[in-house]
Design a protein around this ligand. Structure first.
Ligand SMILES: Nc1ncnc2c1ncn2[C@@H]1O[C@H](COP(=O)(O)OS(=O)(=O)O)[C@@H](OP(=O)(O)O)[C@H]1O
Ligand SMILES: Nc1ncnc2c1ncn2[C@@H]1O[C@H](COP(=O)(O)OP(=O)(O)O)[C@@H](O)[C@H]1O
Length: 171
């Protein structure tokens, strides 16, 4: 990767698919290679910049739009962006990639199956959805539209983190 160009890796997938884990591992590898990188994580955005937003489709669209603008600013300032967001709607993902610039974006579908995400359930969200304490859970009560032609598919149930990072950097 030439050091004068910046990239946005856009990691999309269900909750528990492994987006945050892979984003952090990718960022570490890039920093080890002396590349400037910033992770834009949905959970983190929602604890600050997007704390006014819920999980209805309009709120998710706005959240994705904000993340895309962040990635665009980062890239324009010489910093790679690793976006880790469910970003469930194909239309909004496409708009995000177009805003950032398709030539510098790599869409990565973390396609870990829902059953595995539900078994992992790292934050207990699927359990809460199951017992009716949480509505609009993606993959349960709220739709996820898989990317039709991502640069890479990664199922973290079969691909180790270090291997996944190498695959991401190879595209
Ligand atoms: N209803 C519902 N559905 C999905 N996720 C939920 C929900 N409620 C809370 N959470 C938590 O919010 C995180 C997802 O935020 P995102 O900003 O990535 O979502 S989105 O792109 O705006 O759809 C998500 O983080 P990840 O598990 O890392 O995906 C959850 O921790
Ligand atoms: N190969 C793998 N890649 C990424 N995560 C993995 C992998 N194997 C197991 N996991 C686990 O799956 C969970 C994924 O959670 P997280 O990264 O927060 O997902 P997301 O951000 O998509 O919600 C973590 O507990 C992580 O340790």
């Amino acid at each position: 990767m030439p050091s004068h160009t910046t990239t946005t890796w856009w990691l999309t997938g269900l909750s528990g698919a492994g987006k945050t884990t892979l984003a952090q591992a990718l960022a570490k590898e890039l920093r080890d290679r002396a590349e400037a990188v910033c992770v834009v994580d949905g959970d983190e955005l929602r604890s600050g910049l997007s704390q006014d937003l819920g999980f209805d489709s309009a709120s998710r669209a706005e959240n994705v739009r904000r993340a895309a603008h962040m990635a665009r600013i980062l890239n324009a300032n010489g910093i790679h962006a690793v976006v880790a967001m469910i970003s469930p709607a194909a239309k909004e993902r496409d708009a995000a990639l177009a805003l950032i610039g398709k030539e510098r974006c790599k869409e990565i579908y973390i396609n870990t199956p829902l059953e595995i995400c539900m078994l992992r359930d790292p934050k207990g969200l699927y359990k809460r959805a199951e017992i009716g304490q949480l509505t609009q859970m993606t993959g349960v009560q709220s739709a996820y539209e898989p990317p039709l032609s991502p640069a890479l598919h990664l199922d973290t149930n079969v691909t180790e983190i270090s291997q996944a990072v190498l695959q991401i950097l190879a595209i």
